[in-house]
Ligand binder design. Structure first.
Ligand SMILES: [Zn+2]
Length: 328
């Protein structure tokens, strides 16, 4: 994939999540040398202090060597040009200059981008589709995130926040979404949307396996538990998930019609728990809703990197930035 870094150059990839954070130190071949992974929140510690500590501990694990740069995937909305996080209530950030803060602390360049963008980028760069010019990533989990790569570059758009695939409107009068609008893909097909329906099935005694193993509390209905219920023959639960997966497929079909990507990566907790079901329903929806000429030859592939997609993508993004700066 071309040499972005020279021998001995080290970079850090950082994945900032609402529940966990991970920093990994990579060498010039993007091999992980050391890492630190912790829960995102600790009483009495700000998110930025937590992040400093996690990066320091990842570096300490390999003897605190000098590094060339830090790549960051963070929840948005954010401005990738300035590294400013616009609003992330979970972490207590409003117009917070994350890029500058880390750059001052560690004395190196920092790139910041949306976590799902970075995850898509990582899956593209380090998966089986790295030769594709145009790629779309869709990640259904607790919410639904997406990323778009056009001409081998992440698409940011006018606002910097392009790629909010989870908020594509699919039902004009559909259920309310966390964003305040109605009928978004996320309101129809996220894990929370699925869990809400599955909880109702359990409460009505239509899903005995779920009732016995998870009760009727939405919080207990993790992707793995839902997958187990389907494996144990809960047909109505399967119907709920297939419908949600089909909605994801409709979104993918729309994206294929608009962007004509060569590959679509499907990841996130739900797809990881039920890859075959998701691939089947998404392929079915694409066949039914994407234009034949545009869908021809498009590869729809499951994500491969799991929890490592964001740190790898972030490390590659900062390596690319460093390379561009050294040429300038
Ligand atoms: Zn929405």
């Amino acid at each position: 994939m071309g040499e972005l870094l020279s021998k001995g150059d080290l970079v850090v990839g950082l994945d900032i999540g609402a529940t966990k954070m991970m920093a990994v130190v990579f060498n010039n071949k993007f091999e992980a040398l050391g890492q630190c992974r912790k829960r995102s929140r600790k009483n009495g510690q700000t998110a930025e202090d937590r992040i400093r500590q996690i990066i320091r501990e990842a570096l300490d694990a390999v003897g605190s060597p000098p590094i060339r740069g830090i790549g960051v995937g963070s929840p948005g909305p954010l401005d990738p040009k300035t590294g400013i996080i616009i609003d992330t209530p979970n972490l207590g950030w409003k117009n917070f200059p994350l890029g500058d803060t880390l750059s001052k602390e560690f004395g190196v360049p920092v790139v910041v981008d949306n976590d799902v963008n970075v995850g898509t980028y990582g899956e593209w760069r380090f998966g089986d589709i790295s030769e594709c010019e145009d790629v779309v990533g869709v990640f259904p989990g607790t919410g639904i995130g997406g990323g778009i790569i056009i001409n081998r570059k992440l698409l940011h758009g006018f606002s910097g926040a392009a790629g909010e695939i989870g908020h594509m409107t699919l039902e004009v009068d559909g259920p309310y979404c966390g964003c305040g609008k109605r009928g978004c893909l996320e309101a129809l097909a996220s894990r929370i949307a699925i869990a809400k329906e599955v909880a109702a099935l359990a409460a009505r005694e239509d899903a005995p396996y779920v009732k016995a193993n998870c009760g009727t509390d939405i919080e207990n209905m993790r992707s793995g538990a839902i997958a187990k219920a389907i494996e144990n023959g809960e047909k109505m639960v399967e119907g709920v998930v297939r419908r949600a997966a089909y909605y994801v497929g409709i979104a993918v079909a729309n994206l294929i019609n608009i962007l004509s990507p060569e590959a679509v990566v499907l990841g996130g907790g739900l797809v990881e728990a039920m890859p075959d079901l998701y691939l089947e329903e998404v392929n079915r929806a694409v066949k039914e809703h994407a234009m034949p000429f545009l869908r021809k030859g498009v590869r729809i592939v499951p994500a491969k990197l799991g929890d490592n997609a964001v740190v790898l993508g972030a490390a590659h993004l900062i390596a690319k930035r460093l390379r561009a700066q050294s040429k300038a």
